[in-house]
Ligand binder design. Structure first.
Ligand code: CP
Ligand code: NVA
Length: 294
């Protein structure tokens, strides 16, 4: 692995290694402490973040690396300075560039102009670091191989990475979304025949995992009203969750818009694993950093 821009194009063995390593980090938080001493890691954010920013910084520090956190206000990616120039400059200082961007194309351009590995911390197309934590959380419940994962809601970045990742590890993914909000065709096609798309919420029946994300992602705030109408039948409430297996778990990348895509009853359900999932962002980020720099 040279960069980690997405789950698309990743080998199953590489993804398995990341998920296994993340589980080891959870068992022993001090594992590989100091392994990246002397390295400097850039964490750049073009949009807000709580989990990714904090878990990324803590992961770097616990492995001995020095994190440099940067915001769009200071860098002005593509505005104050051309993307390729920012890439060339940061590459002279940093050993790894992790970036949250609106346009996935900016990650690709950065990777083309920097020798340092580039990590996607969320783009319009993928959220691969989230997917590693998601798969780790599913694996804590049951093997991903053979698991039925029902993703309800917007066919967005989180959905793309989750569906490719779960499919790669042998899961069956049912994406349940209103017409017009399906995942991009190229991602569905890359799902190895293990991904089905439907507009029928009844597809949640028998699922091992029920997953949802916000209806309007960061940058889509102006569409929020219109989207809320389109997604009104796709809220994960107690009734929908009850369609899944009696031992099914609920996942959400967070932040959740309680009362919109999911009810309090489900977020706070005894079988909700959303805070384990959030914790796993730390362990999985360590796995990603070690894989690229170790
Ligand atoms: N799940 C996630 O990426 O959260 P943040 O946007 O808070 O980083
Ligand atoms: N789909 C959401 C995920 C946030 C972690 C967004 O892009 O805003």
């Amino acid at each position: 692995m040279n960069d980690f821009l997405g789950i698309a194009g990743l080998e199953a063995s590489a993804l398995e290694r990341l998920v296994e390593k993340a589980a080891q980090f959870k068992q022993d938080r001090g594992l590989h402490r100091g392994a990246l001493a002397g390295r400097s890691i850039g964490l750049f954010f073009e949009k807000p973040s709580t989990r990714t920013r904090v878990s990324g910084e803590v992961a770097a520090v616990e492995l001995g690396a020095h994190p440099v956190v940067l915001g769009q206000q200071e860098v002005g990616l593509g505005a104050r300075e051309a993307v390729r120039d920012v890439a060339r400059v940061l590459d002279r200082y940093l050993d790894l560039l992790a970036m949250r961007v609106f346009d996935h194309g900016n990650l690709i351009e950065t990777a083309e102009h920097a020798d340092a590995p580039v990590v996607n911390l969320l783009s319009d197309l993928e959220h691969p670091c989230q997917a590693v934590a998601d798969l780790q959380t599913i694996a804590e419940h049951r093997p991903v191989d053979g698991a039925v994962v029902a993703y309800v809601g917007d066919g967005n970045n989180v959905c793309h990475s989750l569906m490719l990742g779960a499919a790669l590890l042998g899961g069956e993914v049912r994406v349940v979304c209103p017409p017009g909000f399906e995942p991009l065709e190229e991602f569905t096609a890359a799902g190895r025949g293990r991904v089905t798309i439907t507009s029928d919420p009844a597809a949640v029946e028998g699922a091992d995992v029920v997953y949802t994300d916000v209806w309007a992602s960061m940058g889509q705030e102006a569409e929020a009203k219109e989207r809320a109408k389109a997604f009104s039948g796709y809220r994960v409430d107690g009734r929908m969750f009850a369609l899944a297996r009696p031992d099914a778990i609920f996942l959400h990348c967070l932040p959740a818009h309680r009362g919109e895509e999911v009810t309090d009853e489900v977020v706070d359900h005894p079988r909700s694993r959303v805070f384990d999932q959030a914790e796993n962002r730390l362990h999985s980020m360590k796995a990603v950093l070690l894989e690229l720099l170790g």
